[in-house]
Design a protein around this ligand. Structure first.
Ligand SMILES: Cc1cc2nc3c(=O)[nH]c(=O)nc-3n(C[C@H](O)[C@H](O)[C@H](O)COP(=O)(O)O)c2cc1C
Length: 170
């Protein structure tokens, strides 16, 4: 299946290691995986103007890097959100992307999703997971799994293996 991974980290460190392990496992299982590093893109917040629901016919009035991820969002059979925890939530960059894909409503094909979260401390995932679950409920997509890594788990071989094995079973 086609898997689109949206990486909300503004840098290429702990979250990217999780994304790389996921990609390795999923590719080994024969899936077509593409990463979109939204943390490094320029995606503005939603203006709430309603243009997409009226004159825009599903198109956003703002022209920015959202255009780089939208085709993948619509075409993917599976969507993976990956983000570091910033102040008990996902990054502003991935939040912007999630709120902006609202312009098309639900993805056309995706049947499942997964969440990869990296943090400094344990027990800081509640709001990111609540948001992800809300998104699942809204879109009707099923959760395939949530994997978190904190502190020394980040980039550890044990955690990378766990992610690879998870992705291989998809
Ligand atoms: C602005 C900012 C806020 C953060 N807030 C939290 C937090 O609330 N809880 C936590 O455990 N770690 C927090 N961290 C640590 C990161 O989640 C952690 O270092 C993560 O592994 C970074 O992932 P990355 O290497 O992909 O950027 C924060 C880091 C930054 C830069």
């Amino acid at each position: 299946m086609k898997i689109a991974v949206f990486n909300g980290s503004p840098r290429k460190e702990n979250t990217s290691a999780m994304v790389d392990a996921f990609t390795e496992g999923a590719k080994a299982a024969g899936h077509d995986v593409q990463e979109y590093h939204v943390g490094k893109m320029k995606i503005n917040g939603c203006l709430g103007c309603g243009y997409c629901k009226t004159k825009g016919n599903g198109q956003c009035v703002q022209k920015d890097d959202l255009e780089k991820i939208m085709p993948a969002y619509l075409e993917a059979d599976m969507i993976v959100f990956a983000s570091p925890i910033y102040y008990f939530a996902m990054t502003a960059q991935i939040e912007s992307a999630i709120q902006r894909v609202f312009c098309v409503g639900k993805p056309l094909k995706a049947k499942q999703a997964a969440l990869l979260l990296s943090s400094g401390s344990p027990g800081v995932y509640d709001s990111a997971i609540a948001q992800y679950k809300g998104y699942m409920a809204y879109t009707g997509i099923a959760d395939a799994g949530i994997i978190t890594a904190y502190g020394d788990e980040n980039k550890s071989e044990a955690k990378m293996n766990e992610i690879r094995e998870f992705a291989k079973k998809l």
